[in-house]
Design a protein around this ligand. Sequence first.
Ligand SMILES: Cc1cc2nc3c(=O)[nH]c(=O)nc-3n(C[C@H](O)[C@H](O)[C@H](O)COP(=O)(O)O)c2cc1C
Length: 353
Amino acid sequence: MFSSFRAKLLSLKFRAIRRFVIIILAKIPKDLERAIIFGDTLNHFLMITPLKYFFKFNIPSNIKTNLYDLTFASPLISASFKDDVSSLLQWQLLGIGGITYKTVLKSPSEGNLRPRIQEINYEGEYGILNSLGLPNKGVEKFKLSIPNKKLMHFNRPIGISIGGNSDKEYFEVFSTIESYLDTIDFNQFFYEINISCPNTEDGKCLSDDLDSLKTLLKRFRDLSSRVIFVKVSPDSTEENICTICDILSDIEKTAINIGNSKYITAKNAGLSKKAFTKEGGGLSGKYLYKNTLQMVRLISSKYSIPIIATGGVCSYRQVKELLENGATLTGMATLLVTDPLLVPQINQRLSNE
Ligand SMILES: Cc1cc2nc3c(=O)[nH]c(=O)nc-3n(C[C@H](O)[C@H](O)[C@H](O)COP(=O)(O)O)c2cc1C
């Protein structure tokens, strides 16, 4: 009761501060990334002081969720979109049941030119459009940051999202990380294969070549016994998704994550050329929910593979609806930046059901 009240109060404060920072920093010239950098820096300082305990909420024990040999403390998990320890730690304190690192690539990359991330209103719904282009430190540097005691202390699953510009790169990233994880005494790591990240010049990705995906997944399975999620795009056709499910049904300890952000053009999002350097990017937020639910219903009616429902999840009602329709876990990205204090409130309501 007191905990719910505290979460609501903190949520009000968080949203007011966030809006203020955006008005001051991200409007002229329009670039949301300035506000994000400021917010991340502020959060970093918060997380290295005892003030971080203001954000600590217990997760009721009756919402624990098992998926193969992983135990998620709650069915709410953070989707892959950040890799800074302070953000991941803040969400764990709030009550996220498991975390997923941002997609890692073989080589370091700065990503696309700014401005490359903006708030938008798409068909009446709040959303974020990003074309970050997977900025990352490269697998060699990334792997050394994995055994973080603060994050492992929670003993909740930690996902590592794998990306690549070719099959060869996916395999190199996966095998480099797997050899490293074998040296760490923590058994709650899992993989997520991001097959919807067109980083190549011709824009092709693994989801366009399902024979290669199948071969690659079998090679991953031979190398590792850890759980593997495959994260698909909401732009995939139903037929494409069913073929991926057929592949996953034949490979042990796999699950499907529906899904990534949806491609739309900057023009359709109402952004000028000055506000977005690329032709288009990935839409995330509320608009995606309808498709997420539809895909969960489709997959659960035909397959028995576990489903992680990601895309537009912003409320208790939606989490409940997805779980009732066959999802095992629900992933969140946009909600964790707009109103992360909803996490403890949703956990509490799930527990009270
Ligand atoms: C800024 C940003 C960066 C993202 N980076 C990644 C990424 O590295 N890998 C990935 O699989 N998905 C990435 N995503 C997609 C999210 O993980 C998630 O699938 C998508 O945003 C839909 O969920 P949401 O509506 O809850 O935001 C990113 C999303 C955002 C907004």
